[in-house]
Structures are given as structure tokens and as C-alpha cells.
Ligand binder design. Structure first.
Ligand SMILES: Cc1cc2nc3c(=O)[nH]c(=O)nc-3n(C[C@H](O)[C@H](O)[C@H](O)COP(=O)(O)OP(=O)(O)OC[C@H]3O[C@@H](n4cnc5c(N)ncnc54)[C@H](O)[C@@H]3O)c2cc1C
Length: 382
């Protein structure tokens, strides 16, 4: 296996490294304090062509490989996890349903502005009563003359409530099969649609600069031209886009683990106790050696899943394994890195403490780790 980057992919990685280190990292603490999604940064990323990575040039994107995306994510997530979270949600669940299901007219209208970085994409699946059990959603779309009437509520939806948000694509129940199983459709709701409102930004343990909200749909009329694909299909196709999301969260997790490792290594080499740097104590050395080992494993698992996707091979199991291992490692690495920083690491002034807070959600978003176990077990034939 050779995951080495092409010249173009290495150039993308370098672009992201430069942008993240010069224009994001120095302000990361402020974004965290302000608890606001810095859309000015995302717009700038759009100008650099970084918001259309999975979208072909034909629709305003750059159509890079999954491996290249992972390489770029490693750079962005190392600087700021919230912005990386918003970025990946835009590229995956925000854009891919439009790319996969949209007609040419729909792509022109909604996908192109997303890919060109003029708008931010969002997808609403989760509801207060349905998270892991996606088929349990209650938001309903009833057919009416010329379109659909949508009623319901979504929870924890990222990127839908910013000044850059175009609106949201939502999954709604459109009926039931004879055996009682639900049918589902995807609907594009533009931000100024009557009856569509959203709640205040929710406050998480981490990802403070990610815009996450509840969304409300009260007799929202959705014209037929806003239906993506088959209004009675939907669920399986949407869940298919989550496989890429898992690679994305695996890459985000790897970037977090690498970031806290780098902070811990630097600190260990400079912090002196008992007359020498703490990196000279074997207990600290073993922690660092363990971290380096696990991070390398995360990286290879993630690139492998990405390379399989690029080769058109099945990658569901590998993506779930990468997500499971990398998100666990990120949480553990953040805990160890805070430990190496001692009391300073516990204080919110430290960079490592922010990563520590960001780490928890990685085992929850894009399918909890318990669901990853189920996916892996199913792929194993259990
Ligand atoms: C910051 C953030 C951003 C998000 N952004 C979005 C977004 O943009 N769009 C969107 O649609 N959603 C989004 N989500 C929702 C996210 O996908 C869900 O939180 C996640 O799928 C879990 O659903 P839940 O929170 O309802 O937990 P639940 O499904 O209620 O799970 C609760 C616990 O039960 C466990 N569990 C559930 N079922 C099983 C089972 N069968 N076997 C074993 N254990 C089980 C879970 O693993 C978990 O530990 C976001 C969430 C967060 C926190």
C-alpha cells in the first residue's frame, strides 16, 4: 500500500497547512471564547477553493481524492477542531446528498454556491427522539398540490444557523410501507422559507465555535423542485454518505491526537522538575512513546479507508474501524497530554485543555462508537 500524495495533493496539504497555521491557529482561543462560528474564515477558505473538495469541477469544486481530503483535514484539525468540524460537515453531509441525488438544476442552484464557498451546507437527520435510530424520525412531509408540507423538529444540526448558511437539507418521513417500515425523502429548505425557524446556538463541552442548533418546521411548504431524488427512498442513500463522514471524523480525531501529542512533547522537553526536563522521566517517555505508536496506527487506518474509497472498493468496515479507533485514541491522547501538562493543562488558558474538551464529541458524532461496533460486527457477518 502506498498512500503517498501526488504533487497536486501535496500542494493542497501545504495550502491548508499554511492557511491553518497563519490564519486560524493564532485566533483559535478567541473563536473558542466568542462561541461563534467564524464564517469570515470559512468564506476565505471558499475563496481558496477549500469548500468544494468532493465536488467535481463541473459544479464549482475541485474533486480531490479522499486521501487528499484526509491530508488536508490533518492540517486543519491540528489548528482548530471547531472550524475543522464545520468544514467537514459542509463537505460531507452538507454537500454530498446534493451531489449524489440532485438534478442538474438543483446542483446549479444549491451545490455550486456551496462548492464555490459562497454558502455553507447543512444536513438535518437527528431529532430529539431519533439519533442512532435514524429510521425513528418523526418529521413528516405530506404531499400537497405542487409540493410537500413539512412538520417536525431536528436536533443538534451543524452549520444551519450561521450568516453563511444556505438553509438545510432534511430527511423526513413521507409514508409507510405495507409492513409498517418508514419511507423517507430528502428536502431542501432554504433559509428564508416561511415556517422554518431555528433555536439559539447550543453550547457543547467542546467544538465551541461550531454552530449547532435545533431546527423547527411548522407547516413549511416545500415545492417539488426542492425534493432530492426519490421522495420515498432516501434513508439508505443518505446513510451511505455517513461512511465518508466516518473517514472524516477519523481524520479529525487523528489530527487532535497529533496536536495534543505535539503540545505534550514540547511541554515535556521544557518543563523542569527535580532539576531536569520531565521528558527525562521514563514514566513520561513511555506515555509519549505510547501516544506516538497509537497515533501512527490511527493515521494508517484512516488513510487505508480513504484509499479504498478512492479505489472504488468497499470501505464501510474500514471506515468504521478507523473512526472507532481514532476517536478513542483522541480522547485517551488528550487525557494523557493534559496529565503531562500537570495543573497548567487543567486550566482553560492552555491550548491542550481546549483539545481535551473537543475530544469527547468524536466518539458521538457521525454515528456513536457503539453504532460503529454494530457496523463492524455486521460487516463481520455477526
Ligand atoms: C456537536 C454535534 C453536532 C452534530 N451535528 C449533526 C448534524 O449536523 N446533523 C445531524 O443530523 N446530526 C448531528 N448531530 C447528531 C449526532 O449524529 C447524534 O448525536 C448521534 O448520532 C447520536 O444520537 P443521539 O445523540 O440521539 O444519541 P442516542 O442515539 O440516543 O444514543 C444514546 C446512547 O445510546 C447508545 N445506543 C443507541 N442505540 C444503541 C444500540 N442499538 N446499541 C448500543 N448502544 C446504543 C449510543 O451509542 C449512545 O451511547 C450532532 C451531534 C453533536 C453532538
Amino acid at each position: 500500500m502506498d498512500f503517498s500524495l501526488t504533487d497536486d495533493e501535496a500542494a493542497l496539504q501545504q495550502l491548508m497547512r499554511d492557511f491553518a497555521s497563519k490564519e486560524i491557529r493564532p485566533h483559535a482561543a478567541r473563536y473558542w471564547e466568542e462561541e461563534r462560528c467564524p464564517t469570515e474564515v470559512l468564506r476565505r477558505m471558499g475563496e481558496l477553493g477549500l469548500l468544494g473538495l468532493f465536488v467535481p469541477e463541473e459544479w464549482g469544486g475541485t474533486g480531490v481524492s479522499t486521501v487528499a481530503f484526509v491530508a488536508a483535514m490533518e492540517q486543519l484539525g491540528h489548528a482548530d477542531q471547531s472550524i475543522a468540524a464545520a468544514w467537514q460537515a459542509h463537505l460531507t453531509i452538507g454537500s454530498l446528498p446534493l451531489l449524489r441525488l440532485g438534478t442538474d438544476a438543483q446542483k446549479e442552484r444549491w451545490l455550486r454556491p456551496l462548492a464555490e464557498g459562497r454558502a455553507l451546507g447543512a444536513f438535518g437527520l437527528t431529532e430529539p427522539g431519533a439519533g442512532s435510530d435514524a429510521a425513528g424520525i418523526r418529521t413528516r412531509a405530506e404531499p400537497v398540490d405542487g409540493g410537500w408540507l413539512l412538520n417536525g423538529q431536528k436536533a443538534f444540526i451543524s452549520n444551519a444557523g450561521t450568516d453563511m448558511s444556505f438553509g438545510v437539507t432534511v430527511l423526513a418521513r413521507t409514508g409507510d410501507d405495507a409492513d409498517g417500515r418508514g419511507r423517507f425523502g430528502s428536502f431542501v429548505i432554504e433559509r428564508d422559507t416561511p415556517g422554518y425557524t431555528w433555536g439559539p446556538k447550543m453550547r457543547g463541552i467542546g467544538w465551541r465555535a461550531l454552530d449547532t442548533r435545533e431546527l423547527f418546521f411548522d407547516d413549511v411548504f416545500v415545492p417539488d423542485e426542492n425534493v432530492l431524488g426519490d421522495p420515498y427512498g432516501g434513508l439508505a442513500l443518505f446513510l451511505g454518505t455517513l461512511d465518508v463522514g466516518r473517514i472524516s471524523i477519523a481524520a479529525l480525531s487523528t489530527s487532535l491526537a497529533q496536536a495534543v501529542f505535539d503540545l505534550a512533547l514540547d511541554y515535556a522537553k521544557t518543563r523542569e522538575q527535580f532539576g531536569q526536563p520531565i521528558s527525562k522521566f521514563q514514566a513520561i517517555q513511555f506515555k509519549l512513546a505510547d501516544l506516538a505508536t497509537e497515533i501512527e496506527a490511527c493515521r494508517w487506518l484512516t488513510y487505508r479507508a480513504a484509499a479504498l474509497r478512492d479505489a472504488g472498493e468497499p470501505f464501510r468496515k474500514e471506515a468504521a474501524i478507523a473512526k472507532l479507533h481514532a476517536s478513542r485514541t483522541a480522547m485517551w491522547a488528550a487525557t494523557e497530554a493534559v496529565q503531562i501538562h500537570g495543573g497548567y493543562g487543567y486550566m482553560m488558558e492552555s491550548e491542550v485543555s481546549r483539545f481535551f474538551c473537543d475530544a469527547k464529541v468524536l466518539s458521538i458524532g457521525e454515528g456513536t462508537n457503539e453504532i460503529q461496533h454494530l457496523v463492524i460486527a455486521r460487516e463481520l457477518g455477526c
